[in-house]
Design a protein around this ligand. Structure first.
Ligand code: CA
Length: 376
């Protein structure tokens, strides 16, 4: 298809609604010295519902998928509302235009204008990309937002995605994830040896070094694999999404986690599609994506706290990994980081930035939030 047809003028009708978001601002990370505003090339648009710009945005989630899918749908509606109908985000849920995990390439090539997904899915392109989602024992959602927006993370991310003709924004956060569902209790590190577990990403690499056999399975096959004993355990996200998968029926031991303490979701644009947008439309997307980033995180929290109570009524055993497992996880993480750093300069550079921010963040979080959560 012709890439020039993405941004099209058409007739639209919509109503404007007041905007009252109060969120972290993706915009803080923008280098205004490089912004079109200062180059004399800025395109401005008079908000006019009779002239509409359309953006094609594909997601890695099914339509109306709880929190992630509905969050993007809310984002699209907000953009339409605050633009007075002059900017429309046309959504293509998983597999309706491109396959779920082809959205990165589709936006990079210009087949679509934008996508909503998670950076760790693209570690095959560059292992450093997995770091933008977060690392085991790493940032919480609040900490990763602070690194991204005020600690240099966003600059690194945009620099590396630019090589793929892409321009990312924060697009939500799952908040801390649970360690997963196990058919049998884990009493020591020896119980992890040879365990077949569905766990992707850096977490999977860490678990592999601990003796686990990580398995990758499509979402639709996890439950039956767990039920039949093809796998012994699976991680997913947290109570709100896990309860819908029914894992508690076949693997009743539900462990607290450290492998995904605050996984970042992304809203990423084709650079050409982004630069073609009028300055006002760019600003609206920046505002609405900041709202999406904050709201998705809040919604995960709000739904997890209710789902946890439901799970407790279903004979789920809440558990924590024993100390030898956690110690082995920290040691394994160090090995994984060393190996990936030695193979990839980008990984080393991003990890170095994360590590610096994380050490400072831990020092503050331990004396403030850590103390408070323990005594509350
Ligand atoms: Ca997960």
């Amino acid at each position: 298809m012709n890439r020039r047809t993405f941004l099209t003028a058409a007739t639209a009708t919509s109503v404007g609604l007041a905007f009252n978001g109060c969120n972290e601002n993706n915009r803080k990370a923008i280098d205004y010295s490089k912004h079109p505003k200062n180059s004399g090339e800025t395109k401005h648009v008079n908000i006019n519902r009779n002239r509409k710009t359309v953006i094609k945005l594909a997601t890695s989630w099914p339509a109306h998928f709880p929190i992630m899918g509905t969050g993007v749908e809310n984002f699209a509606q907000r953009v339409k509302d605050i633009s007075g109908g002059s900017l429309e985000i046309k959504l293509y849920p998983k597999n309706t235009l491109v396959p779920a995990l082809a959205v990165f390439d589709a936006a990079s090539s210009g087949q679509i204008d934008a996508f909503h997904s998670g950076p760790y899915y693209w570690k095959g392109k560059n292992s450093a990309f997995s770091l933008y989602s977060g690392i085991p024992f790493g940032f919480t959602a609040e900490e990763v937002n602070s690194w991204m927006l005020f600690g240099g993370g966003m600059e690194l991310w945009r620099e590396q995605y630019a090589k793929y003709n892409l321009h990312p924004f924060l697009g939500g956060n799952t908040n801390i994830q649970m360690g997963g569902w196990f058919r049998k209790p884990i009493n020591s590190l020896s119980d992890m040896q040879g365990l077949k577990m569905r766990i992707p990403g850096l977490g999977g690499e860490v678990f592999a070094k601990m003796g686990v056999n990580p398995v990758l399975l499509p979402a639709g096959e996890i439950y039956t694999s767990l039920e039949r004993g093809v796998i012994d355990a699976t991680e997913w996200v947290g109570p709100a999404l896990d309860i819908k998968m029914g894992f508690y029926k076949v693997a009743p031991y539900y462990y607290s986690g450290w492998h995904e303490p605050g996984s970042v979701l992304e809203l990423t644009f084709n650079k050409h599609s982004w630069s073609k947008l009028a300055f006002e439309h760019q600003a609206m997307i920046e505002v609405a994506s900041s709202e999406m980033n904050a709201n998705m995180s809040c919604e995960f929290h709000a739904k997890n706290i209710l789902a946890l109570q439901e799970l407790k009524k279903l004979n789920v055993t809440l558990a924590q990994f024993p100390k030898d497992v956690t110690d082995a996880g920290k040691k394994a993480l160090g090995e994984v980081i060393d190996e990936l750093s030695s193979k990839n300069e980008d990984f080393q550079r991003v990890y170095s930035s994360i590590s610096k921010h994380l050490q400072l963040s831990k020092a503050w979080s331990d004396v403030s939030l850590g103390y408070f959560l323990n005594i509350r």
